[in-house]
Design a protein around this ligand. Structure first.
Ligand SMILES: O=P(O)(O)OC[C@H]1O[C@H](O)[C@H](O)[C@@H](O)[C@@H]1O
Length: 528
């Protein structure tokens, strides 16, 4: 009885797998949605929305103002196929790509040297969000084991984080090329990182400008600064490329090329996935299938989180990369008609099998509020095989753990998608990025939001600016006599809780003295 039941379950799984497994053999990719619990009628019920999404994408790729709030075109697909771009942009797209690759080749060949006449040995990327995550993902996933230049990142305004990197660089800062990357050219974290880098070069008696390159919008603050200081060179960033989709613009190509990545293959991978997912009907269209799965799992409201589990160390940052791509694109208060919808899909993940020893316990037994996206890489390793047990390699185990976890989740009614690529290479990373970019675009139409703006990000920036201004006032107001947060607040017309945090921060960093009281309200702050 038991045996029969399990056999029929197995055969229905096998049938469903065959029905909902789509592969593109010519690019070594497949998607399996058979372990998602959607009804087949989804393709019928969503047919009008699917058509709308295809049409919207077609217009977007043809240069429509697909980001209406900001009145901008959305052109990341043109970066890997400039022939799609409006005619007046093609030469600039191709020219910029060539210029980044030529620059990297000249650095490798020693035609562009550090100020001391030696070859550059390191790159320091200063950027944040879309201006850092792409280069970080590329560095982690597809650079050679011993790249021509080592790479570090200032991707925050944490002084301790920057100090550690500067300390690790030591005297090698003299042969470090710094790329300051900011589309807007006005992001404070990046401005601070640039100033910290400048100071670090100066501390070693070096001229920063002779080691600095900017990637930014024409005429931005950063652009003007780079011109005024006579930096090595500048590469443009365009308003029709969003930060989170900028890895195939100069933002990503310059660092990748310096690292010895085959950038043209990276772009070719994305272009190939674009070709596959641009015109195929929904049932064969991997990007549309992803969008539909997100829609059906989360009931079009993001009710289920997306857990991204690549079974490959090189792809560990892919989940973080997708977190920005998906959450910044889809996490919106309003839909395109102005209704309050509070849309989004939460994304988290790290890598398998590592995560099986952490939160996968909850995925199998706990709250069922997610679907997993497994990423399987067929090829286990580049080097010769090694057997950890007779007949079995580490790679066999990795595959066993992926399949085992997928089955164990399915047994408990937990959904999963499995994407497969043959190996992690410039080409396959490109195609995976291309796949998710298009899936995000399709899904945005299914739920009627603008995927290409990020109005919510501004609120935190504005509040931080106010906080800093008021903290300056608190610092000036401190005197010999100890003041409480209430007194500071009343004096400066600042919220008492804010005043307490400002004064506490100043005290923790040697700019104020604190006499602690029994409660925060009794703490007294004075000038040093
Ligand atoms: O490249 P930047 O203009 O410096 O922007 C860096 C990042 O910060 C912004 O606040 C946005 O949220 C991100 O989408 C962007 O990638």
């Amino acid at each position: 009885m038991l045996l029969r039941r399990s056999m029929s379950t197995t055969s229905s799984h096998w049938d469903r797998f065959q029905k909902f497994f789509v592969r593109y053999p010519q690019i070594g990719f497949s998607i399996d949605i058979s372990r998602m619990s959607f009804e087949e009628s989804l393709f019928e019920t969503q047919a009008p929305a699917i058509e709308k999404a295809f049409a919207a994408m077609k217009e977007l790729e043809a240069g429509a103002i697909a980001n209406p709030d900001e009145g901008r075109m959305v052109g990341h697909y043109w970066l890997r196929n400039s022939s799609l771009a409006p005619a007046e942009l093609r030469a600039e797209i191709d020219g910029t790509l060539d210029a980044t690759l030529d620059f990297a080749a000249d650095v490798h060949a020693g035609k562009i040297l550090a100020a001391n006449g030696q070859k550059f040995t390191r790159v320091l990327v200063v950027g944040i969000g879309g201006s850092a995550l792409g280069p970080q993902l590329v560095a982690q996933a597809i650079t050679p084991a011993n790249p021509p230049l080592a790479i570090d990142f200032f991707d925050n305004t944490d002084p301790d984080g920057m100090d550690r990197i500067v300390a690790q660089m030591g005297d090698e800062i003299a042969t470090t090329l710094t790329l300051v990357i900011s589309k807007s050219g006005g992001t404070k974290e990046t401005r601070n990182g640039m100033l910290e880098a400048e100071a670090a070069y100066k501390a070693k008696g070096l001229e920063f400008a002779k080691h600095a390159v900017a990637v930014t919008g024409l005429g931005s603050e950063l652009d003007k600064h780079a011109i005024a200081q006579g930096w090595l060179t500048r590469f443009p960033m365009w308003d029709w490329v969003g930060g989170r989709t900028s890895v195939m613009s100069a933002v990503g190509t310059i660092a990748a090329a310096l690292q010895g990545v085959d950038v043209r293959q990276f772009l070719a991978g994305a272009a190939a996935m674009d070709e596959e997912t641009r015109t195929r009907p929904a049932r064969e269209n991997a990007a549309m299938l992803l969008a539909l799965m997100w829609f059906s799992a989360g009931k079009g409201k993001g009710a289920k989180d997306m857990v991204v589990l690549p079974y490959k160390d090189r792809l560990v940052l892919f989940s973080k990369y997708l977190q920005q791509l998906v959450m910044e694109s889809l996490g919106k208060e309003h839909d395109l008609d102005g209704n309050v919808v509070n849309q989004g899909i939460a994304v988290y993940g790290n890598k398998g099998s590592t995560d099986q020893h952490a939160y996968v316990q909850q995925l199998r037994d706990g709250v069922n509020n997610f679907f997993v996206t497994f990423i399987q890489v067929a090829k286990a390793r580049d080097t010769a095989g090694f057997e950890v047990e007779p007949g079995f390699t580490s790679g066999d185990y990795l595959q066993g753990f992926l399949r085992g976890t997928r089955a164990a989740l399915a047994e408990k009614g937990r959904e999963s998608i499995t994407l497969s690529v043959e190996e992690v290479s410039a080409f396959t990373l490109g195609l995976l990025i291309g796949l998710f970019e298009r899936a995000v675009g399709y899904y945005a139409t299914l739920v009627n939001v603008n995927a290409y703006h990020q109005p919510g990000v501004e609120a935190g920036k504005k509040a931080a600016t106010t906080f800093l201004k008021q903290m300056g006032e608190v610092l000036s107001a401190l005197s010999g006599a100890g003041l409480t947060a209430d007194e500071l607040g009343a004096k400066l017309n600042v919220d008492a809780e804010d005043a307490w945090h400002m004064a506490s921060h100043l005290a923790a960093n040697g700019k104020a003295k604190i006499v602690p009281g029994e409660t925060p309200a009794a703490d007294r702050f004075s000038a040093v």
